[in-house]
Every structure is written in C-alpha cells, then in structure tokens.
Design a protein around this ligand. Structure first.
Ligand code: NAI
Length: 355
C-alpha cells in the first residue's frame, strides 16, 4: 500500500515529511486523531530500509497512541515522530536542534518523548530547546521508561492471575533489554520471576546475566523458550505467521508497540489459547507520566494511575472471555467507543442535519 493510501486507511489527520538540508534531519511526524486533545507520542530514531517504511512506522504507531490515550483515559490524541538515521552515527547536536525547531513549528499540536533509539539524554537536549518535548523537572523521581516497565509488570501480574499463578516463580522469556526491558527485568527479578532473556546487543545480555542472574538465549531463539509469559520489549511487528506457531508460552505481555503484524495475528494467538495482552493497554505508563508534567497529577497520583493498568487489563480479559473474542478486539472497541462518544459531543448544535 502506498504511504498516502495508508494515511487514508488508518484515518490520519496529517503526515508531515521533513528534510532539513543543513543538519541532515529526515523525519516524519504523523498526527492521527486529535479528538481527545493535542497529539502526543514518542520519537523513534532508526535506520529504516526505506522512507516508505519509516512513514508507515510513524503512521501505525501514531494510531496506536490514539487508542492508548483513549483506553487510559488521558485527554490527548495520537501522534508519533520517526527520525531516519542510525542513532549512534547520525544523532548530532545540529540534528537534535533542527528537530526541536520542527516541534516548535507544530506549535503544540504534537508533544513528544522517548522511544527506541531516542533516549532520555536526547529528550533532555531537545527539551532545552522547545517546550514541546517531555521534560521531567530535575529532582523528580519519575522516569518515563520505569513507569512503562511498572505498567508492564502490573500487566504481567494480571495475566499470571488469569493463568492461576503469581509472579514469584513465574517463567518469563524477555525480548529486548533496553530502557524499558532492563527495568522490567529488574522488577521481575525482585519479585522472584525466573528470567530468560535475549537482545541483539551482547553487552546488555551480559549485564542481565551478571546483575540479574538471568538465563540467556540467542536473539532469534527467544520465541522457542518454554515459559509462562513471553514479554516483547524491542521491535514491533514480531507476532506473525512465522513466530506464533513457535511460541511455547501461555501469555504475551510486553511494552513493545505494535506487536501484532496484523490484527488477525491477535486472533491467531487467541485460537492457539495464548492470552494476548493488548500492547497499547500494557505500555501506557510512559504516556501517564504526562499527567505529572501538565499538572493533572502529582507523582503518587501518576504511580497510582500506572498501577491501575493491571485492573484495566483484567477487565479487558474478563470481557474477552465472556464475549468469546480476543482481548485486542475488546481493547479496540473500548477505544473506538470513547472516540465516537467524544466526536458526537464535539458536533456543534444545529448542524445535525448535515452529513
Ligand atoms: P530501547 O531502544 O531502549 O531498547 C530496545 C532494545 O531491544 C535494545 O536493547 C535493542 O538492542 C533490543 N533489540 C532490538 N531488536 C531486537 C531483536 N530483534 N531481538 C532482541 N532484542 C532486540 O527501546 P525502549 O525505549 O526500551 O522501547 C522498547 C519498546 O517499548 C519499543 O517498541 C517502544 O516503542 C516501546 N515503548 C517504550 C516506551 C518508553 O517509555 N521508552 C513507552 C511505551 C512503549
């Protein structure tokens, strides 16, 4: 599908393509839906094989943000930025400054934060140049990645309960030991889970083995590990026809955005008897940290909201069970119902007769 067809198919409001010659910044900013409020979403930096793939990533991830905010009850819309380039090679000060100017030009229509390849240090640099980048004030105890990890942990607790188990002694196969994955691994270890980990970065794997006593497998072998929970915390699009038949877990619960290659893959998991925790429900912890920044909650309030992700996921599992459908379908319905209600409320009075 062409990029513009995808814009239409996913229902976006806007896709911005930027090329800043002086700094070499090449970026896409996708704004999916601002019915609930201005768009928010992380910034991802990756060396994409093509510009079309970069645009598609921004489009898919921004739609997931709309759904994430709707389900989490945050009055914000969905957006996402992707910067095309190899982080270690291309992330210069000039590039970050050009990116800050881009956020300024959007004038608050889009507010961003960290994601893969764009860590808290980069966030801090950009936040010095624009108001439209997440900025946790110095001295705050909140850390976006840790709040995300906390939400994943609570989701794993809910999934474990649904399987008649607990985190102590639970086998977890964890893919990706980055900002979120490592923090999650530490929390799981602290609660007595049995960890098997994989990452394409050998240094991170060594650290997890040394510091956390985790068992290690090669990156590609993580799908074959027998464990109650498979926790994807790296790339998206990893659950599909080639990986699902290999899974030997009873539940999939992780932070990675857009884990299902297609919605049908969620049905495939359901048919195989694997409980799939919808990614955008599980990984809303980072988004909830925004409530602190905009003064809608104090630190304790944000933590309480993040802990609430577990019970919210439990309700989705319950509804999926009683309706006999997969949990990701239930989550989509919850999000779409909230968006439809907000759209109906926004329609100006006296204009009901028009299409
Ligand atoms: P990160 O870039 O810090 O970590 C990703 C890790 O995955 C790295 O260690 C990388 O080496 C590893 N990795 C990449 N490909 C892999 C593969 N094929 N097999 C095994 N390991 C692989 O990224 P971060 O921020 O931890 O994000 C992880 C996921 O969680 C992403 O999908 C992101 O969109 C999502 N997420 C992150 C949030 C945050 O607060 N950072 C919030 C919500 C979602």
């Amino acid at each position: 599908m062409s990029t513009l067809d995808l814009v239409r198919a996913l229902g976006h409001e806007e896709l911005l393509a930027v090329h800043d010659r002086a700094s070499g910044l090449r970026a896409f900013v996708a704004i999916h839906d601002t019915t609930l409020g201005p768009a928010v979403g992380g910034t991802r930096m990756r060396d994409y094989p093509s510009l079309d793939q970069a645009a598609a990533d921004a489009l898919r991830l921004s739609r997931a943000m709309t759904y994430k905010a709707a389900v989490a009850g945050v009055a914000r819309g969905g957006g996402k930025a992707v910067i095309v380039g190899e982080p270690a090679r291309d992330k210069t000060r000039e590039l970050l400054a050009a990116y800050a100017r881009l956020l300024d030009r959007l004038g608050g229509r889009f507010h961003s934060g960290p994601d893969m390849g764009f860590d808290l240090r980069d966030v801090a640099v950009v936040a010095r140049l624009t108001r439209h980048m997440t900025h946790v004030p110095a001295g705050a105890r909140l850390d976006v990645a840790d709040l995300t990890a906390m939400g994943v942990l609570e989701s794993i607790r809910t999934a474990a309960r649904a399987l008649g188990s607990d985190i102590a002694g639970l086998g977890v196969a964890l893919q990706g030991l980055g900002q979120v994955g490592f923090r999650l691994a530490r929390r799981l270890r602290d609660e007595g889970a049995r960890l098997t980990v994989a990452d394409v970065d050998a240094g991170r794997v060594e650290r997890a083995a040394g510091e956390l006593g985790a068992a290690v497998v090669a990156a590609e072998a993580i799908y074959d590990v027998e464990a109650a929970v498979f926790s994807p915390n790296a790339e998206g699009g990893i659950l599909h026809g080639a990986t699902i038949p290999r899974l030997r877990c009873r539940a999939v619960v992780g932070a990675a955005n857009e884990q299902l290659a297609a919605p049908e893959d969620g049905d495939r998991l359901h048919e195989k008897g694997i409980l799939y925790a919808p990614d955008y429900v599980v990984n809303a912890g980072g988004l909830l940290s925004l409530l602190y920044e905009i003064g809608e909650a104090d630190e304790e309030g944000v933590v309480a909201r993040v802990r609430g992700i577990g019970p919210r996921l439990g309700e989705i599992f319950d509804r999926a069970r009683s309706e006999g459908i997969a949990p990701h379908r239930v989550a989509d319905r919850v999000a779409e119902a909230r968006l439809a209600a907000a759209r109906a409320a926004h329609r100006p009075r006296g204009e009901e007769g028009y299409r």
